[in-house]
Write a protein that binds this ligand. Sequence first.
Ligand code: C2G
Length: 133
Amino acid sequence: MRRIITYGTYDLLHYGHIRLLQRAREMGDYLIVALSTDEFNAGKGKKAYHPYEERKAMLEAIRYVDLVIPETCWEQKRTDILRYQADALVMGDDWQGKFDDLKDICEVIYLPRTDGISTTQIKSDLAKLGRKD
Ligand code: C2G
């Protein structure tokens, strides 16, 4: 069984996220998503619209996702990969090169991001709508 792992915040879930998860899952037989906790996001200077438990429930409802675990720090990837016996770490290419240090224990694959959509874009578009009302 080829096991894939990926990391992210997955806030305001959108088709860019879904396409990443679908492509990641199709690279193996089992997909683990390490989901940023609210506390970890605070450290990234991000405040998710949906709290962790809601973001986790949404990911668990996606057919491509087999397991959701918490991401509490940047440094846990190596431990996660070994603990969950991940064969590949898959991320969008906005992270190109950032995780190459893990190539000694698994494949590291960066997939093209989906253009034209992001959580930030959604928030800014909605804010504009709010100003028009
Ligand atoms: N993504 C994508 N296309 C988009 C938006 C996001 O392919 N239009 C991908 C990102 O490249 C990432 C995943 O979807 O692989 C989740 O994106 P975010 O929730 O924005 O995650 P991020 O803030 O990048 O956190 O330790 C790594 C971090 O937890 C990653």
